[in-house]
Design a protein around this ligand. Sequence first.
Ligand code: GDP
Ligand code: MG
Length: 525
Amino acid sequence: MGNRGMEELIPLVNKLQDAFSSIGQSCHLDLPQIAVVGGQSAGKSSVLENFVGRDFLPRGSGIVTRRPLILQLIFSKTEYAEFLHCKSKKFTDFDEVRQEIEAETDRVTGTNKGISPVPINLRVYSPHVLNLTLIDLPGITKVPVGDQPADIEYQIKDMILQFISRESSLILAVTPANMDLANSDALKLAKEVDPQGLRTIGVITKLDLMDEGTDARDVLENKLLPLRRGYIGVVNRSQKDIEGKKDIRAALAAERKFFLSHPAYRHMADRMGTPHLQKTLNQQLTNHIRESLPALRSKLQSQLLSLEKEVEEYKNFRPDDPTRKTKALLQMVQQFGVDFEKRIEGSGDQVDTLELSGGARINRIFHERFPFELVKMEFDEKDLRREISYAIKNIHGVRTGLFTPDLAFEAIVKKQVVKLKEPCLKCVDLVIQELINTVRQCTSKLSSYPRLREETERIVTTYIREREGRTKDQILLLIDIEQSYINTNHEDFIGFANAQQRSTQLNKKRAIPNQMPPLPILWPM
Ligand code: GDP
Ligand code: MG
């Protein structure tokens, strides 16, 4: 890699990776990495171990990799490994590394073989590696035809997709040569997120296990299912080699010999094998980082800005000084009050252009929602007419009346007034909900102090609830008042005399019994 400075790119991203891992969920950046995907037993672990030249990954049947392993390979004169979760310990025995991966996996997933997307961060320093960051993911498990897919299969697929769908990730799709490439789980999944094959790198393992007379030349020459970044073939140690403790260096020599002597691969032996794969990945990742740098930089800058803003808010807080503590507490509570008022009463500074504030939403309830509820409750005219006519008849009893009795009028009006109760109470509920939501939004600034936040929310919400009860009582009282005396002298009512006058005019055109003047005249609601 002649280009100086470029060599620093992968270690630089590694540093970012560690920094982000240690500050947890609050900040997140998709860093350029290589995600290793493939079916179970495709040879993923073998490829990674070959890069390091050590056996350090858990092996066995079933789902062995149950948490993503972010593996940072770092070129160094001395050889050792360290985990981000116990940084003080330097591992020089790689059997211990394997044990630690197993123990750390269980620490999060429990021993019942569950899976978890929380990664384990492992760094391997070695004179044999090129700088590389790879993520070893659980193997894609196959749903046997006719069988109900188990929950864990979906979980694994989701987890893999979560990693490989990031545009920042390159995808190392590992497929064994002794299966049909068209059925490759790795390539199928890669295609879902990278349909044009722009960030997928194909790896074909187990070339030594192909049926005699068959070879993978077409695939490796990128002719069969072409990927922009092409395919690289490797030969890892077989199960027998591993059990016989075949040394990885001997395995690499055997691999080299395999490609040089195989008639189908001899002509491209220089572009095959583990060392070439490692070199290619190092170059591609470096280029990929270089291409991602501008976007990465701007994302980092915007995160920095928002962090600085947060720091500004903590400036006056000195956790060890008790007077400061009280002051800080009061400041936060006061700030909450100011924020709440701004959101309800409105304010000119920092106007939110993304969503309506609590105040604006309450305004909408009063001026749009409430009138709408009133319109919705509008009576069915036919029913009302029937009710009126029954009321009149029942009041007259056996007698026959001449005029509309006031009693009937009152009875009907009262019935209508009572109907206002429901929309009014609903309006109160909606407003209360908005107030409570606004409280929540305002306390989100206190999220670093969960107990203060909880207590503030509790006190304010209790107060709002108490007021809710009183408001509702007041509304019901008001409706009762309206109901208890119907002032027919009010100008809203045209009055019987007027009504009669109007109805006689109408009677000239249509014969309408004078007991039942047209509704709009009597009910100007
Ligand atoms: P993983 O589940 O994808 O991590 O697969 P492993 O790397 O654990 O490999 C599964 C099995 O396949 C092991 O027994 C390996 O020894 C064997 N294996 C992997 N790659 C090769 C290969 O290129 N040739 C041969 N003969 N065996 C391989
Ligand atoms: Mg594995």
